[in-house]
Ligand binder design. Structure first.
Ligand SMILES: Nc1ncnc2c1ncn2[C@@H]1O[C@H](COP(=O)(O)OP(=O)(O)OP(=O)(O)O)[C@@H](O)[C@H]1O
Length: 216
Protein backbone atom coordinates (compact mmCIF):
# COMPACT_ATOMS: atom_id res chain seq x y z
CA UNK A 1 0.00 0.00 0.00
CA UNK A 2 2.76 2.37 1.07
CA UNK A 3 6.46 2.02 0.36
CA UNK A 4 9.05 4.45 1.65
CA UNK A 5 12.49 4.75 0.09
CA UNK A 6 15.27 6.79 1.70
CA UNK A 7 12.77 9.22 3.14
CA UNK A 8 14.18 12.17 5.01
CA UNK A 9 12.06 15.01 6.39
CA UNK A 10 14.02 17.98 7.73
CA UNK A 11 16.00 16.66 10.70
CA UNK A 12 12.97 14.77 11.98
CA UNK A 13 12.52 11.61 9.86
CA UNK A 14 15.11 9.23 8.44
CA UNK A 15 13.58 6.06 6.99
CA UNK A 16 15.65 4.04 4.54
CA UNK A 17 13.00 1.52 3.68
CA UNK A 18 9.55 0.70 4.99
CA UNK A 19 6.54 -1.09 3.62
CA UNK A 20 3.01 -0.78 5.01
CA UNK A 21 0.69 -3.54 3.90
CA UNK A 22 -2.84 -3.13 2.54
CA UNK A 23 -5.84 -4.38 4.52
CA UNK A 24 -3.75 -4.79 7.65
CA UNK A 25 -3.62 -3.05 10.98
CA UNK A 26 -0.28 -1.36 11.52
CA UNK A 27 0.42 0.24 14.89
CA UNK A 28 3.15 2.82 15.38
CA UNK A 29 4.68 2.93 18.84
CA UNK A 30 7.55 4.91 20.24
CA UNK A 31 8.88 7.64 22.47
CA UNK A 32 7.42 11.13 22.52
CA UNK A 33 8.97 13.25 19.80
CA UNK A 34 10.11 10.13 17.94
CA UNK A 35 8.45 11.20 14.69
CA UNK A 36 5.20 9.17 14.70
CA UNK A 37 2.88 12.07 13.89
CA UNK A 38 5.30 13.36 11.26
CA UNK A 39 5.32 9.95 9.59
CA UNK A 40 1.55 9.80 9.23
CA UNK A 41 1.47 13.39 8.00
CA UNK A 42 3.89 12.30 5.29
CA UNK A 43 1.60 9.38 4.38
CA UNK A 44 -1.32 11.78 4.06
CA UNK A 45 0.74 14.24 1.98
CA UNK A 46 0.13 16.99 4.50
CA UNK A 47 3.89 17.40 4.25
CA UNK A 48 6.33 16.08 1.64
CA UNK A 49 9.73 14.42 2.15
CA UNK A 50 12.77 16.69 1.97
CA UNK A 51 14.38 13.86 0.02
CA UNK A 52 13.53 10.29 -0.95
CA UNK A 53 10.14 9.10 -2.05
CA UNK A 54 6.88 7.64 -0.73
CA UNK A 55 4.90 5.40 -3.02
CA UNK A 56 1.17 4.83 -2.59
CA UNK A 57 0.01 1.83 -4.64
CA UNK A 58 3.36 2.02 -6.46
CA UNK A 59 2.83 5.64 -7.52
CA UNK A 60 4.91 8.45 -6.02
CA UNK A 61 2.86 10.67 -3.71
CA UNK A 62 4.50 13.59 -5.51
CA UNK A 63 2.46 12.63 -8.55
CA UNK A 64 -0.83 12.12 -6.74
CA UNK A 65 -3.14 15.07 -6.27
CA UNK A 66 -3.85 15.70 -2.56
CA UNK A 67 -7.60 15.96 -3.07
CA UNK A 68 -7.60 12.66 -4.95
CA UNK A 69 -5.52 11.00 -2.21
CA UNK A 70 -7.90 12.23 0.52
CA UNK A 71 -10.81 10.46 -1.16
CA UNK A 72 -9.10 7.21 -0.13
CA UNK A 73 -6.95 8.23 2.83
CA UNK A 74 -8.34 10.07 5.84
CA UNK A 75 -6.27 11.19 8.80
CA UNK A 76 -7.54 11.86 12.29
CA UNK A 77 -5.11 14.11 14.11
CA UNK A 78 -4.25 14.01 17.79
CA UNK A 79 -6.32 17.10 18.58
CA UNK A 80 -9.24 16.75 16.18
CA UNK A 81 -11.16 19.79 15.08
CA UNK A 82 -14.62 20.43 16.49
CA UNK A 83 -16.63 23.03 14.62
CA UNK A 84 -19.39 25.33 15.87
CA UNK A 85 -22.73 23.55 15.67
CA UNK A 86 -24.35 20.36 16.86
CA UNK A 87 -22.97 16.83 17.17
CA UNK A 88 -24.96 16.07 13.99
CA UNK A 89 -23.25 18.94 12.10
CA UNK A 90 -19.86 17.75 13.30
CA UNK A 91 -20.46 14.18 12.20
CA UNK A 92 -21.72 15.27 8.78
CA UNK A 93 -18.96 17.75 8.03
CA UNK A 94 -16.49 15.08 6.86
CA UNK A 95 -18.98 13.81 4.26
CA UNK A 96 -19.51 17.38 3.10
CA UNK A 97 -15.76 18.02 2.73
CA UNK A 98 -15.30 14.83 0.75
CA UNK A 99 -18.34 15.63 -1.39
CA UNK A 100 -20.17 12.47 -0.35
CA UNK A 101 -23.91 12.13 0.18
CA UNK A 102 -25.11 13.14 3.65
CA UNK A 103 -26.20 10.44 6.11
CA UNK A 104 -29.60 10.38 7.80
CA UNK A 105 -30.09 10.46 11.56
CA UNK A 106 -30.44 6.68 11.87
CA UNK A 107 -26.98 6.20 10.33
CA UNK A 108 -25.58 8.86 12.63
CA UNK A 109 -27.07 7.12 15.65
CA UNK A 110 -25.47 3.84 14.52
CA UNK A 111 -22.07 5.54 14.28
CA UNK A 112 -22.56 7.16 17.71
CA UNK A 113 -23.12 3.67 19.15
CA UNK A 114 -19.92 2.41 17.49
CA UNK A 115 -17.88 5.16 19.13
CA UNK A 116 -19.76 4.76 22.45
CA UNK A 117 -21.04 8.33 22.42
CA UNK A 118 -24.24 8.53 24.39
CA UNK A 119 -25.29 12.06 23.54
CA UNK A 120 -28.04 13.67 21.50
CA UNK A 121 -27.37 14.62 17.88
CA UNK A 122 -28.66 18.07 18.78
CA UNK A 123 -26.16 18.68 21.60
CA UNK A 124 -23.72 21.55 21.10
CA UNK A 125 -20.45 19.87 20.09
CA UNK A 126 -18.22 22.48 21.68
CA UNK A 127 -19.72 21.69 25.10
CA UNK A 128 -18.64 18.03 24.97
CA UNK A 129 -15.75 16.74 27.06
CA UNK A 130 -12.34 16.20 25.47
CA UNK A 131 -12.90 12.46 25.19
CA UNK A 132 -16.39 12.94 23.73
CA UNK A 133 -15.03 15.36 21.12
CA UNK A 134 -12.43 12.76 20.21
CA UNK A 135 -15.21 10.22 19.68
CA UNK A 136 -17.21 12.62 17.51
CA UNK A 137 -14.13 13.10 15.34
CA UNK A 138 -13.60 9.35 15.11
CA UNK A 139 -17.26 8.88 14.19
CA UNK A 140 -16.83 11.52 11.49
CA UNK A 141 -13.95 9.56 9.97
CA UNK A 142 -15.82 6.22 10.11
CA UNK A 143 -18.81 7.83 8.43
CA UNK A 144 -16.56 8.94 5.56
CA UNK A 145 -15.70 5.28 5.13
CA UNK A 146 -12.19 5.78 3.66
CA UNK A 147 -10.08 2.89 2.35
CA UNK A 148 -7.25 3.90 4.61
CA UNK A 149 -7.52 5.34 8.09
CA UNK A 150 -4.58 7.16 9.63
CA UNK A 151 -5.35 7.61 13.31
CA UNK A 152 -3.05 9.57 15.61
CA UNK A 153 -3.66 8.42 19.19
CA UNK A 154 -7.43 8.15 18.67
CA UNK A 155 -8.02 7.17 22.28
CA UNK A 156 -5.57 9.38 24.16
CA UNK A 157 -8.29 11.34 26.00
CA UNK A 158 -10.29 8.27 27.08
CA UNK A 159 -10.39 6.21 30.24
CA UNK A 160 -9.02 2.69 29.98
CA UNK A 161 -12.38 0.92 29.62
CA UNK A 162 -13.77 3.29 26.97
CA UNK A 163 -10.42 3.15 25.16
CA UNK A 164 -10.56 -0.65 24.99
CA UNK A 165 -14.17 -0.65 23.75
CA UNK A 166 -13.53 1.92 21.06
CA UNK A 167 -10.34 0.39 19.77
CA UNK A 168 -12.22 -2.89 19.48
CA UNK A 169 -15.03 -1.22 17.49
CA UNK A 170 -12.55 0.48 15.18
CA UNK A 171 -10.47 -2.63 14.57
CA UNK A 172 -13.61 -4.78 14.02
CA UNK A 173 -14.88 -2.20 11.51
CA UNK A 174 -11.51 -2.16 9.72
CA UNK A 175 -11.35 -5.95 9.56
CA UNK A 176 -14.93 -6.58 8.43
CA UNK A 177 -14.70 -3.92 5.74
CA UNK A 178 -11.19 -4.89 4.60
CA UNK A 179 -9.70 -1.50 5.27
CA UNK A 180 -6.15 -0.47 6.02
CA UNK A 181 -5.53 1.03 9.44
CA UNK A 182 -2.36 2.83 10.42
CA UNK A 183 -2.62 3.91 14.03
CA UNK A 184 -0.25 5.73 16.35
CA UNK A 185 -0.74 4.53 19.91
CA UNK A 186 1.06 4.97 23.22
CA UNK A 187 -0.25 1.57 24.30
CA UNK A 188 1.92 -1.51 23.80
CA UNK A 189 -1.07 -3.59 24.88
CA UNK A 190 -3.32 -2.19 22.12
CA UNK A 191 -0.57 -2.75 19.58
CA UNK A 192 0.03 -6.31 20.76
CA UNK A 193 -3.66 -7.22 20.82
CA UNK A 194 -4.80 -5.62 17.56
CA UNK A 195 -1.89 -5.05 15.20
CA UNK A 196 -0.86 -7.25 12.32
CA UNK A 197 2.37 -5.29 12.30
CA UNK A 198 4.02 -3.09 14.90
CA UNK A 199 6.47 -0.38 13.97
CA UNK A 200 8.55 1.20 16.72
CA UNK A 201 10.09 4.60 16.14
CA UNK A 202 12.75 6.60 17.95
CA UNK A 203 14.54 9.75 16.87
CA UNK A 204 12.88 9.66 13.49
CA UNK A 205 13.99 6.15 12.69
CA UNK A 206 12.21 2.80 12.56
CA UNK A 207 14.03 0.88 15.28
CA UNK A 208 11.85 -2.23 15.23
CA UNK A 209 9.21 -3.86 13.04
CA UNK A 210 7.46 -7.03 14.07
CA UNK A 211 4.21 -8.94 13.70
CA UNK A 212 1.58 -8.50 16.42
CA UNK A 213 0.19 -11.35 18.54
CA UNK A 214 -2.99 -11.66 16.49
CA UNK A 215 -0.78 -12.99 13.71
CA UNK A 216 1.96 -14.54 15.74
N1 LIG B 1 6.89 21.49 11.59
C1 LIG B 1 7.90 21.19 12.41
N2 LIG B 1 9.02 21.93 12.43
C2 LIG B 1 10.04 21.62 13.24
N3 LIG B 1 10.05 20.58 14.07
C3 LIG B 1 8.97 19.80 14.11
C4 LIG B 1 7.83 20.05 13.28
N4 LIG B 1 6.91 19.11 13.53
C5 LIG B 1 7.44 18.30 14.45
N5 LIG B 1 8.67 18.72 14.81
C6 LIG B 1 9.58 18.04 15.77
O1 LIG B 1 9.84 16.76 15.26
C7 LIG B 1 9.91 15.79 16.30
C8 LIG B 1 8.92 14.66 16.05
O2 LIG B 1 7.60 15.15 16.26
P1 LIG B 1 6.31 14.21 16.13
O3 LIG B 1 5.14 15.05 16.46
O4 LIG B 1 6.35 13.53 14.84
O5 LIG B 1 6.60 13.16 17.29
P2 LIG B 1 5.65 12.04 17.93
O6 LIG B 1 6.42 10.77 17.91
O7 LIG B 1 4.34 12.04 17.25
O8 LIG B 1 5.51 12.56 19.42
P3 LIG B 1 4.30 12.45 20.51
O9 LIG B 1 4.21 10.99 20.91
O10 LIG B 1 4.78 13.31 21.63
O11 LIG B 1 3.06 12.97 19.85
C9 LIG B 1 9.68 16.56 17.59
O12 LIG B 1 10.94 16.83 18.17
C10 LIG B 1 8.99 17.83 17.14
O13 LIG B 1 9.28 18.89 18.01
Amino acid sequence: MYRLENVKYKDIIYIESLEILPQKITCILGESGGGKTTLIKLLNKMISPTSGDIFYKEKSLRKIDSVELRREVVMLSQSPGIFPGSVRDNLLIGLKFSEKDPADDSELVEIMKKVHLYKSLDDVAENLSGGEKQRVALGRVMLMDPKILLLDEPSSALDEKTEKNIIKEVTDYVKTKNKTLIMVTHSKEIARDHADEIIEMAQGRVIDKKVGDRNG
